[in-house]
Design a protein around this ligand. Structure first.
Ligand code: AMP
Length: 201
């Protein structure tokens, strides 16, 4: 790899709105959104990899790191080959990956993290309510069961939150994810526009 992909990361608990913001920003020119959970959900569950995903996700656990990074990389490579992701002009928007420090280390040689948007939602009951609503709407088995939801939140606290220290304060922007989605988007866009203007100056 000659040049690392210019990347914005969305970090936040399940249900904090990473996907909504990623899809929205990703619909604009010069952005490409990739949600790792979607990459997994597109797998054929009859395949060994699909079965591995199902057995972990149905318990609210993370899929092992090496398998995850390999699959994610294949998905990004396919997007580049198909011309959906144009690394020379697009920013990569990652949601749901890296999910722990080990994954971040494995990805270091591939992505150049320009900023981490931490979608903060300290009210866990709000998150649980959002996940249950989504489970019904999107047919997400892992969010239909309260015990699985609690384990997903625990995995976030213990495995994903340490990423905040890994990337450090200078790269992180904390966003209040309890706001309505349009306001969350405005906060993200403010920052993106400011950084774009600074790099153009
Ligand atoms: P998500 O839609 O991001 O909440 O992901 C749904 C499920 O997919 C998770 O609970 C994990 O089982 C699996 N998954 C998604 N992204 C990752 C990742 N980066 N590392 C490991 N497992 C993941």
């Amino acid at each position: 790899m000659s040049k690392r992909y210019s990347t914005y990361l969305f970090l936040g608990a399940p249900g904090s709105g990473k996907g909504t913001q990623g899809v929205t920003l990703g619909s604009l020119p010069t952005f490409f959104h990739c949600a790792c959970g979607d990459v997994f959900r597109r797998l054929d569950v009859r395949t060994p990899l699909g079965q591995t995903f199902l057995s972990h996700s149905s318990r609210g656990e993370l899929v092992p790191d090496e398998i995850t990074i390999q699959l994610w990389r294949e998905s990004i490579d396919a997007a580049v080959s198909a011309g959906r992701f144009k690394p020379d002009i697009d920013r990569l928007l990652l949601d749901g990956i890296p999910r722990n420090v080990r994954q971040a280390q494995l990805m270091d040689e591939i992505i150049d993290v320009k900023r981490v948007f931490h979608l903060s939602c300290p009210d866990r009951e709000k998150v649980v309510a959002r996940l249950k609503k989504r489970a019904l709407k999107d047919n997400r088995l892992d969010d239909a069961n309260e015990e699985v939801i609690r384990r997903r939140l625990l995995a976030y606290e213990t495995e994903s939150k340490p990423l905040l220290d890994h990337y450090g304060d200078s790269l992180i922007t904390h966003i209040d994810a309890t706001q309505p989605p349009v306001k969350v988007l405005r906060d993200i866009l403010d920052l993106v526009v400011r950084e774009d203007s600074a790099s153009a100056a």
